[in-house]
Design a protein around this ligand. Structure first.
Ligand code: PFF
Length: 454
């Protein structure tokens, strides 16, 4: 739907689905479990939930306010709302963060395609847990295979973006997202009934506070921002396509609930299964790729055809979830280049796809032949992940809350959140209070502690 020359999401459902499509992705099913494993389980999850509800949701509303009010891309938004100030750097930092995320994200998205193929060819059948570990390691460190998949994935996303068939995706999401949800529920059921799954459930439910340090807080906060697609203007860009009746607070809440539910359920698939087959919970980025095939094999050992169908369906849906998030990441940079530098949309999209392919290939190689090349002890893949999720996104979130809490005219904030007074938003004061005081201070304190600044 085009209104005033700018595209709009068609319906309320479309708004929620597109934003949830951005939020739900590899961050929930791949990154959340491995960060939970890294940081020791239940305590991390509780801190994560705190970050989602106390920081994430109000900041999401703030991004919506900026995007819908300015009706433009994230960098342009600050120029419009705060002309002639340095706030525009906040938008530009967001574009850069999106760019870096897209580079390593597409590597993992490429892995999901390899696993779709494996599942289709019935390649998981009869393998032992050790064989799954080995085959993942040899695949991810291979110089060619992951590279080809990542290029294929980016080209596919690119095609969808320039053809403007996001509408088709929006429509199919109405079926695919609920399907992914049902499949996840089935897999949770399978996983928790595996022998020895109990220790995995305990890992998720019994917090061990003795292991909690500032690192855990930074990890949980970074994961919350990453998973909600916050801090880099992605949802701000999407909100520029919202119409004037969209209820910003309710949309933020719906997206937050859907996203959190899927992440927690993913944890309930991975950990019971990992403990059951003896895979270490802190196996890192490979965790879901070595654990899940085991779930399919073991849970359906009596019915191999079910194992086959479920594994194919799961990896296809995971790849699609990655695709909707990739489109949103791509959109941030494409809209920026298109609107700020007056490039045609097609050119802008090519520029983004081409550069991300280049950086993505470097990230992928840094897990294999380029392993020796490290900076601050991290290879390129981990470095991009660390710098974006743990530094750029929370920093972006902090400045976004300061921008809306302190800089932006109160009247604008009120008009946007209440749709010019037509909505009664009970949590309005709480949101403004959090944006003004809680979010900047909390994020600042976590940073200061982590960087040992005092
Ligand atoms: N939220 C996405 C996920 O959980 O997979 C990743 C992401 C998308 C992060 C868009 C940031 C973003 F702007």
């Amino acid at each position: 739907m085009i209104k005033g020359g700018r595209a709009n999401f068609g319906s309320r459902m479309g708004v929620i689905l597109a934003s949830a499509g951005s939020a739900v992705g590899l961050g929930n099913i791949w990154r959340f479990p491995y960060e939970t494993g890294n940081y020791g389980g239940a305590a991390f999850i509780l801190i994560y939930l705190g970050c989602i509800f106390l920081l994430g949701l109000p900041i999401m509303v703030a991004e919506f306010v900026i995007g819908r009010r300015s009706q433009t891309n994230t960098a342009g938004a600050y120029q419009r709302l705060a002309p002639g100030t340095h706030w525009r750097w906040l938008g530009r930092m967001g574009v850069l963060a999106g760019f870096l995320i897209l580079s390593f994200y597409s590597v993992v998205a490429g892995w999901t395609l390899e696993y779709v193929m494996e599942a289709l060819g019935n390649g998981f059948a009869g393998k032992t847990p050790d064989e799954f570990i080995q085959s993942f390691q040899s695949f991810s460190s291979n110089p060619w295979k992951p590279t080809i998949w990542l290029v294929a994935f980016l080209l596919f996303a690119h095609f969808i973006i320039v053809k403007g068939v996001e509408k088709g995706i929006e429509k199919s999401s109405k079926i695919l997202m609920p399907l992914l949800f049902v499949l996840i529920l089935v897999l949770v059921g399978c996983s928790v009934s595996l022998p020895g799954a109990k220790s995995g459930i305990e890992f998720l439910l019994k917090p061990d506070w003795s292991k909690v340090d500032s690192n855990v807080f930074l990890g949980a906060m970074g994961q919350a921002f990453f998973s909600l697609s916050l801090g880099m203007g992605c949802l701000c860009t999407y909100a520029s396509y919202f119409n004037k009746n969209t209820n910003l607070t309710r949309t933020a809440f719906s997206v937050g609930i859907i996203d959190t539910l899927i992440a927690i359920l993913a944890g309930f698939i991975i950990f019971p299964a990992a403990f059951s087959v003896g895979i270490q919970p802190d196996a890192g980025p490979s965790l879901i790729f070595i654990t899940l095939p085991n779930v399919f094999q073991q849970a359906f050992s009596g019915a191999p055809w079910l194992a086959y169908i479920f594994s194919v369906m799961f990896y296809v849906l995971l790849a699609l979830a990655a695709l909707t998030s990739t489109i949103s990441l791509h959109e941030v940079a494409t809209a920026y280049l298109h609107e700020e530098f007056k490039l045609s949309r097609k050119r802008a999209a090519w520029l983004v796809t081409g550069s991300c392919m280049f950086l993505g290939v470097l990230c992928s190689l840094s897990l294999g032949i380029g392993k020796g090349l490290t900076l601050f002890g991290l290879n390129l893949f981990d470095l991009f992940d660390y710098v974006t999720a743990k530094i750029m996104l929370p920093l972006g979130g902090m400045f976004i809350s300061i921008f809306v809490g302190w800089y932006l005219d109160k009247k604008i904030v009120w008009e946007e959140i209440t749709n010019n007074g037509t909505l009664k938003v009970g949590v309005y004061r709480a949101i403004v209070f959090i944006l003004k005081y809680i979010a900047p201070v909390a994020i600042g304190v976590i940073f200061i502690n982590e960087l040992n600044l005092i």
